[in-house]
Ligand binder design. Structure first.
Ligand code: BTN
Length: 253
């Protein structure tokens, strides 16, 4: 099981399934250092003992219920300063993939690339890259997607099964996610940036709405306008446009 995904062109043609590991991102980083890994190599596990999230957070997931995987990409056509585009395409791909399974529900991308359904977080992405001479070399795209878990420690988390009230086949969800990542990645390679950005902004959570944020200890109301050419979040407040890095802004409500 979990050996091969037939519908994709190059993602998930080689799948390593581990019953348990510290972190699939860490496993893949180890393989990239020691062996020849081809683009699309996938490491998938049922349980992580040290799952990594963004901003140094942990990623906790019940054993065997959800998708926990890391994918190797070789985006050597992408300048380092455009590295954020990997976050953008994975966000767009997940949004599109999940819409297949939860028709009628609101699937959104929370900047930079958390995925929300009906205002609750269903998945997260951790992209780790290495570079060489101004261009990216390898990228590890780590994805945690809550599929069949129905109880969470926090009320702001959800899963596909909690939304549609039935369990889903993990391989089927993974295959759809891989197909959509592959399609967005090929668009990026073909420099079809306008269309990718359009899809990202169309599904960007809180865009065009006024919400509360915090930055450098100050709370303010602002309106998300979108992301700029460097992947920073643009927020309008006090009649001016401000741009933020991930570490510089907290979404309050
Ligand atoms: C986030 O904080 O929202 C990002 C979570 C990313 C979690 C995934 S689970 C598979 C892969 N391995 C890890 O250690 N992290 C990513």
């Amino acid at each position: 099981m979990h050996k091969y995904f037939a519908k994709t062109l190059f993602l998930g043609k080689k799948v390593e399934y581990l019953t348990q590991c510290h972190s699939t991102n860490q496993e893949l980083a180890g393989r990239l250092n020691t062996s020849k890994i081809s683009e699309g190599h996938l490491i998938l596990t049922d349980y992580q003992t040290a799952g990594k999230g963004q901003r140094g957070n942990a990623w906790i997931s019940e054993s065997g219920k959800n998708l926990l995987f890391s994918l190797a990409l070789v985006p050597n056509f992408l300048e380092i300063k455009k590295g954020f585009m990997l976050n953008v395409i994975v966000g767009v791909a997940l949004q599109k993939a999940l819409e297949h399974f939860v028709a009628g529900h609101n699937v959104e991308i929370k900047w930079p690339n958390d995925i929300y359904i009906d205002n609750k977080k269903v998945g997260g992405v951790l992209v780790e890259t290495s570079s060489d001479g101004g261009f990216l070399e390898n990228a590890i795209v780590g994805i945690g997607l809550n599929v069949n878990q129905n109880h969470f420690a926090i009320s702001t988390a959800t899963s596909l099964s909690s939304v549609v009230r039935c369990s889903l086949d993990l391989d089927e969800v993974l295959e759809q996610v891989l197909l959509d990542i592959e399609s967005q990645y090929l668009k990026l390679k073909a420099e079809n940036i306008k269309s990718i950005m359009y899809d990202y902004h169309q599904n960007l959570r809180w865009r065009g709405e006024v919400h509360e944020f915090e930055s450098r200890g100050e709370t303010f109301s602002g309106e998300i306008i979108g992301i700029n050419e460097f992947g920073k979040l643009m927020v309008k407040h006090t009649d001016e446009l401000h741009s933020y890095d991930v570490k510089d802004i907290i979404f309050i409500h």
